[in-house]
Each structure stands twice: as C-alpha cells, then as structure tokens.
Design a protein around this ligand. Structure first.
Ligand SMILES: NC(=O)c1ccc[n+]([C@@H]2O[C@H](COP(=O)([O-])OP(=O)(O)OC[C@H]3O[C@@H](n4cnc5c(N)ncnc54)[C@H](OP(=O)(O)O)[C@@H]3O)[C@@H](O)[C@H]2O)c1
Length: 296
C-alpha cells in the first residue's frame, strides 16, 4: 500500500513508519518543518501528488499544558488539521485513520470500567477539547474513517512519562507520584502493529476503536513498575494526589479505554505490564545496581 503517515518524527508516527516500511509499504512521512498539515492548500497538493491508498494521521500538538497558554495553536493543529485530511480523503475516496486520545473522556478515580468506544466524550482541558473537535470533523466530513484512541504513549526517543521519572529518580533519588490519575501505559510499537492490521483487514471496518495496551493502573502503579523493571526498586516512591500538583492543563482522573470493537475483529492488545517489560528490555534504561549508578 501507499501510506501517508503524519507525525513521522514523533513517537507513534515514527514507529508506524518504521513498521510500515519493514512490511513493504511505500510511505510518505509528514512532519514539521517540511510538511505543515495546517496549510490546507499545500497539504492537498502533496496528498494528490503522492496518491495514498490510506492516510494515517498521528501528528498533533501534544503539549497539553502549552495548549492552555496557546489554545488557537492547539485548535489549529488538533481540530483543523484532521479537518484538512478529512476534506481531501472524502473527495478522493481514500480512507483516513485519525489517532486520538483517552483525554476526550474523564471520570472520577473510583470508576472501575474502561470507557467503551461508543460512550459520549467529555473533554476537560483545551488539548482534550481540541482533540475532540478533531474527531468530530473526521466523523462529520468523511465516511471512510477509523478514529483510534490511545493512552499514555511511550516509545523510542520520546520525552514521555518513563523518560521523565527515570531522569527525576536519578537526579533526586526519590519521587512523588499521583494515585488518582488512572489510564493505561501503551507502547507505540504495539499500537503501530495494531493500526497496520486494522487498515489491512479484508473488510473495511470503519469506525471508532480503543487500542491501548490491556488493563489499567494509576500513575503511581506505573511508576512503581518502571522503577522495578529498570533496577531502581529501591527509589522511594511517595503517593500523592493531583490536587497537590496544580498545572495549566487539568488531566482526567479516570480515562482508561476498553478495546471492545477491535477485539471482536481479532485485534487484541497485550497487558500493559508485558509491553512495558519488552520496551524497557529494548532500552538502556535498566541499571544493574541503582546504588552504583547514582554514586558513579
Ligand atoms: N503521548 C501520549 O501520551 C498520547 C496519549 C494519547 C494519544 N496521543 C495522541 O497520539 C498521537 C501521537 O502522539 P505522540 O506521543 O507520538 O506525539 P509526538 O511524539 O508529540 O509527535 C507528534 C508529531 O506531530 C508533529 N506536528 C505537530 N504539528 C504539526 C503540523 N502542523 N504539521 C506536521 N506535523 C506536526 C510534531 O512536531 P513538533 O514536535 O515539531 O511539534 C511531532 O513530531 C497524537 O495524535 C496524540 O494526540 C498521545
């Protein structure tokens, strides 16, 4: 297939481009500064010239706190960006896979059932609202769409939660982590594999999907597992709550996603603990002895 992949310098788009090329697909990776998908005329010309069989849109403005300071940028990229793809895809008859986020949902931390694909969204902060509007444009402007939501992504080279807490642990020797923010850590390699499966199904199964790794946990449980897997189990972890960490963007407390629709088609995701162990094993994050590491 000829595939356009946006956000190709980012965590998910990067993994997707590598896997798609390894699978024999011809890929046009689009990212800043060469390709700005908010420039509708330039974007449509590029798409027409490349003539993709499918567009996989993973690029986004992902600075959630920055979105509160610069909402126009967040809406231009996260809402009008997908609209620009939807308009071209509908006119050309090309399927659009649009990647979205668990942040379109929120529930109190006591909730224990992951959100199903058809539940009503209720985005809290500007980033989440801009992503929800992006979903709405895709759903209302094109018929051949896959909207796939994911959560707490990590992958090679990303400045994600894992990179941040390992750095903080090594600098400070202890961590405070919240217990009332709950979702699912997800390895972008697993998502990329699932997305390629989805667009290659013999039936064009358009619609909304939730494809995080399986299960869910709090940030505190996630950090505990990262410390254990990277050989830093002796780092003291102090449980705390979101109210103690005022920040520009308000995160959802419970936003875990359940994969019901994808699983029915045989697209299943492994448990988050297994994916995390595989990811850590593929990195240099593991230390043999935490004590030796901090002393050296
Ligand atoms: N990270 C998470 O935890 C998470 C969780 C759930 C869902 N998601 C969603 O998953 C997708 C991928 O996330 P990710 O973590 O892989 O993001 P990422 O690493 O931040 O990558 C996003 C890429 O998109 C690029 N981009 C931004 N504006 C653009 C524009 N106007 N034209 C072209 N490219 C542009 C960014 O470039 P710059 O870096 O130069 O801005 C970046 O390279 C996004 O849709 C995100 O909303 C992410």
């Amino acid at each position: 297939m000829r595939i356009v992949i946006t956000g190709s310098k980012g965590q998910l788009g990067g993994a997707l481009q590598r896997q798609a090329e390894a699978g024999g697909h011809t890929v046009l990776g689009m990212d800043l500064p060469e390709h700005d998908f908010t420039d509708i005329a330039a974007l449509h010309a590029t798409l027409t010239q490349f003539a993709p069989d499918v567009v996989m849109h993973c690029g986004a403005y992902t600075d959630v706190d920055g979105a509160e300071r610069n909402p126009d940028l967040a809406f231009r990229v996260n809402a009008l960006g997908p609209r620009n793809f939807a308009l071209w895809c509908e006119a050309a008859g090309v399927p659009l896979l649009h990647f979205s986020t668990d942040w379109v949902f929120t529930a109190p931390p006591e909730r224990s059932t992951p959100f199903r694909e058809w539940e009503a969204t209720n985005p809290l902060c500007t980033y989440a609202q801009s992503k929800a509007v992006g979903e709405w444009y895709v759903q209302s402007l094109t018929r051949r769409y896959y909207i796939v939501r994911g959560s707490w992504l990590y992958g090679a080279g990303g400045n994600n939660f894992i990179a941040k807490i390992v750095r903080a642990a090594d600098e400070r020797g202890s961590l405070s982590v919240v217990t009332d923010e709950i979702s699912t850590p997800t390895w972008v390699e697993d998502v990329a594999e699932a997305l390629l499966k989805l667009v290659s199904l013999p039936i064009a199964a358009y619609g909304v999907y939730h494809l995080p790794n399986d299960g869910y946990c709090s940030r505190y449980e996630y950090a505990t597992e990262v410390m254990r897997l990277t050989g830093r189990a002796s780092v003291p972890l102090k449980p705390t709550i979101l109210a103690n960490y005022p920040r520009a963007a308000q995160p959802p407390q419970f936003s875990a996603l359940g994969n019901f629709v994808g699983a029915e088609l045989g697209i299943k995701m492994r448990p988050w603990q297994e994916a995390l162990a595989a990811y850590i094993a593929s990195t240099e994050l593991k230390v043999e002895s935490y004590k030796l590491k901090v002393e050296s």
